[in-house]
Design a protein around this ligand. Structure first.
Ligand code: SAM
Length: 466
């Protein structure tokens, strides 16, 4: 399926198109189409599963089926290398070239059988029905059936093998992680990528008493970094304190960059790539006067809604503009640039990232970040702070950009972050005083049931000297 076809109106289906109107078939067919759109057309999963602008086949489903589709996609993407290897092992001949839709049918079925709490017979029957419903795949319905049945028979052994000998994929990403972090650390990062990510919250009131009280009412682990980590997945909007704006969802590592400004009460701070506003909210909660800039008007709408719920809107002005066109009346005391990046630090939550991004994207993004950082620097007042951050695991988008900036700019010096500023993540400092986290950091202590790990993040702090 191509990018354009991913946006096409759905063919008429549902009860009228599905063979015998099989319940559950539309959800499986949607999962197959979306998986193809992600892997073959490199369309991000978030865009396809957006509740307003998502893929038409996804939007045609009810809430329960949408959540099943998301669960199937997460499992199929996290284990895509394992599933691919299994299909190769189970078939005498390779699947025909260009058999993207057949591959999607098989992967969607195997993901349910091996990783989800879905009856095996439903996963199998609906995969066979999907093959039969598609003239290109009808002749492979028997193969689909045989693969599913074998996976069901050998389920325990297959799961154990995947646990002990996972297949590293996609190749470019596995190679890059190993080249940057070495074999052991790369394996540790990949192990975390295969597990569901926990949900972290940032509290508006970060006083120790409030952190302790909220940890109790929310059944959360109070991380040493100051964030709370929920012990159980749940509907966030139903949590006590949500309506009163006591917290927002933000990975513990994503909460670091905004804290690097220290005391910001009454200061003018620009958040240059602000939406959806996690860091804007942190700065506003600390008493800063924030100018939140983002080139996406739609994403800024979400930022404003988030700030309204948190009752922080009065501390912020929003500007819908590219930072390259943003010309404020005066420079800022502090500037945060949370630049767009490959997002390879968020693979735990977005397992589509390695399949939709490429090494070439990283090179392009690193170039954009360097230009953005140079532009951001022009907005900092003498004596002010500049923080450059992003959620990439690749040093070409982090350490290299920051080093080149420090070397090029006479009026800025690196303001090294100290271990005392990173409780629980003291080891995540580079020799220069940059912050570098990976998903293998902050493992859970013994006895804690919430998962360990944080997003991969990079942050560098600079001070304008003149
Ligand atoms: C990583 S996200 C920011 C996340 C945000 N800082 C937070 O903590 O919630 C990157 C943002 O940069 C914005 N962006 C990309 N290019 C931009 C540009 N040239 N000027 C301003 N914003 C831009 C995107 O629209 C996106 O919202």
């Amino acid at each position: 399926m191509g990018l354009s076809s991913a946006r096409r109106r759905p063919r008429r289906e549902g009860p009228s198109h599905s063979p015998a109107g099989k319940p559950g078939l539309a959800a499986r067919q949607a999962a197959q189409r979306l998986l193809s759109a992600i892997v073959d057309a490199r369309t991000p999963m978030d865009a396809l599963t957006d509740d307003t602008h998502g893929h038409p086949h996804y939007l045609a489903l009810d809430a329960r089926d949408r959540s099943l589709v998301r669960a199937i996609l997460m499992a199929a993407l996290r284990h895509r290398g394992d599933l691919e290897a299994l299909v190769t092992r189970f078939t005498e001949r390779p699947l025909p070239d260009g058999a993207a839709s057949l591959r999607a049918i098989i992967h969607v079925a195997l993901a349910q059988i091996l990783f989800l709490d879905v009856p095996n017979h439903s996963a199998t029957d609906l995969a066979v029905a999907a093959a039969q419903a598609d003239p290109r795949n009808r002749r492979f319905a028997g193969l689909v059936n045989a693969l599913c049945r074998r996976a069901i028979r050998e389920c325990e052994a297959i799961r154990a093998e995947i646990e002990t000998q996972p297949v590293r994929a996609p190749q470019w990403f596995a190679d890059r992680l190993e080249a940057v972090y070495g074999a052991d650390r790369a394996r540790a990062i990949e192990a975390v990528h295969r597990r569901e990510a926990p949900i972290d919250l940032t509290l508006k009131d970060r006083s120790p008493a409030n952190i302790a009280a909220r940890a109790q009412t929310l059944d959360a682990w109070a991380l040493p970094t100051g964030s709370l980590r929920l012990r159980h997945g749940t509907e966030i909007a139903a949590l006590p304190g949500f309506d009163e704006g006591a917290f927002w969802v933000q990975d513990a590592a994503a909460a670091i960059p905004a804290r690097l400004f220290g005391e910001v009460s009454g200061r003018h701070v620009a958040d240059l790539c602000a939406a959806p506003g996690g860091k804007t909210a942190q700065l506003a909660a600390l008493g800063a006067k924030v100018t939140a800039v983002d080139q996406s008007a739609n994403r800024l709408k979400r930022l404003r809604a988030n700030l309204d719920r948190l009752d922080l809107s009065q501390a912020c002005e929003t500007v819908a503009a590219s930072l390259f066109d943003f010309t404020p009346d005066r420079p800022f005391d502090a500037v945060l640039l949370d630049a767009p990046c490959s997002s390879t630090g968020t693979v735990r939550r977005h397992p589509d990232v390695p399949w939709t991004k490429s090494d070439a994207d990283i090179v392009k993004l690193a170039d954009l970040q360097a230009r953005m950082l140079a532009r951001a620097a022009t907005l900092v007042a003498p004596g002010g702070l500049l923080v450059f951050a992003n959620c990439s695991l690749d040093p070409r988008e982090g350490e290299d950009v920051a080093r080149a900036f420090a070397a090029d700019q006479d009026s800025f010096t690196i303001d090294a972050v100290s271990a005392a500023e990173l409780p629980g993540l003291e080891d995540c400092l580079t020799a220069e005083g940059f912050v570098r986290t990976t998903p293998a950091d902050l493992p859970a202590p013994a006895g804690e049931i919430a998962a360990g790990g944080v997003d991969g993040f990079f942050a560098a702090r600079f001070r304008r000297t003149v």
